[in-house]
Unconditional design. Structure first.
Length: 156
């Protein structure tokens, strides 16, 4: 009975099938399993020469100044939970590494950058500001209760 329980504990609970990159061995599997993607660094891939047997850390957060490789920018407190993908290539040669960070075949480019919206994330924020006069529904509601006064066509 006990041997049966031990045998079942030695079998893997979950098998990783996420990595679709061929010719790449992911060394940091737990980082590759994170369900979220990083910030877009650029909307195109980067062609780099990689050597077999060497380990590389691909930036998956998009904050590195050494793109497409990690420089540790993700370590700052409260910046991101995304960690670099450490990998090795099976053959030396030229590889296209993803720089939009949206790829499903990390760290290789799969063309997802073609579908990334080029509009900066902060561009929509000015559209969400409520403008109006003191007779508007916004002023009579929350803005009035918070003590905001109409000024220059908006609330200050």
């Amino acid at each position: 009975m006990l041997a049966k329980g031990i045998r079942s504990l030695s079998t893997p609970i979950k098998v990783c099938v996420r990595n679709k990159a061929t010719g790449i061995k992911i060394l940091s599997v737990s980082n590759d399993l994170l369900p979220y993607k990083g910030k877009v660094a650029t909307n195109k891939s980067v062609k780099v020469e990689l050597k077999a047997g060497l380990s590389y850390s691909w930036c998956s957060c998009g904050l590195s100044t050494q793109q497409p490789f990690c420089d540790g920018s993700h370590r700052a407190t409260g910046v991101t939970d995304v960690k670099p993908i450490t990998f090795q290539v099976e053959k030396s040669g030229s590889y296209r590494l993803c720089n939009c960070k949206q790829t499903d075949s990390r760290p290789l480019c799969d063309g997802k950058h073609k579908a990334v919206d080029p509009t900066p994330a902060h561009a929509e924020s000015s559209r969400m500001v409520a403008f109006g006069d003191s007779s508007s529904a916004v002023y009579n509601g929350v803005a009035h209760k918070l003590g905001y006064k109409p000024k220059n066509g908006g609330f200050q």
